[in-house]
Design a protein around this ligand. Structure first.
Ligand code: T46
Length: 134
């Protein structure tokens, strides 16, 4: 696994009733959580993302179903399969991401270090390459 991709195992506090996962800011999640959003009902064949963030840190968990995420720092690319509610993908730094191959039941939970700010997005790939100096 490269330095581009950091996966964390989030412990399942299961018992004979079923499973429970707790995500705590500055504990399991390596930053204070300022925002939570989730993506669901993604239509067949749709890809999302196609941007990088200047400062935002995120942890992404596929709570149900699965999808794939391509991470690209301008020099190398790596694909990650998100297919478990106990697997969190940490994305920090300038990383271009594309998300695809959503199963119809996929619910992608995202914990973010900042509130929504469109100015933090780089939505043009050529601009992204300039910012990372490639
Ligand atoms: C990311 C991937 C994994 C808001 O108003 N507030 C929010 O917190 C978010 C995340 C989005 N929006 C608005 C902005 C757009 O008008 O919702 C619309 C869809 O957002 P976007 O096209 O950025 O969605 P994705 O799925 O391409 O990207 C999202 C996140 O924006 C992004 O930070 O890393 O999920």
């Amino acid at each position: 696994m490269s330095d581009l991709v950091r996966l964390i195992d989030v412990p399942s506090l299961g018992d004979d009733r079923g499973s429970l996962v707790a995500l705590e800011g500055s504990e399991t999640v390596p930053f204070d959580i300022k925002r939570v959003y989730y993506i669901f009902g993604t239509k067949a064949g749709v890809s999302r993302g196609f941007h990088a963030h200047r400062a935002l840190k995120q942890v992404v968990v596929s709570v149900t179903g699965s999808c794939r995420m391509l991470l690209d720092d301008g020099k190398k690319k790596e694909e990650v399969l998100l297919d478990s509610p106990t697997k969190g993908l940490v994305i920090e730094g300038l990383v271009w991401r594309e998300i695809y191959d959503f199963t119809p039941d996929c619910v992608l939970l995202v914990l973010a270090s900042q509130k929504y700010d469109e100015a933090d997005y780089i939505r043009n790939y050529d601009d992204f390459l300039k910012v990372v100096g490639v």
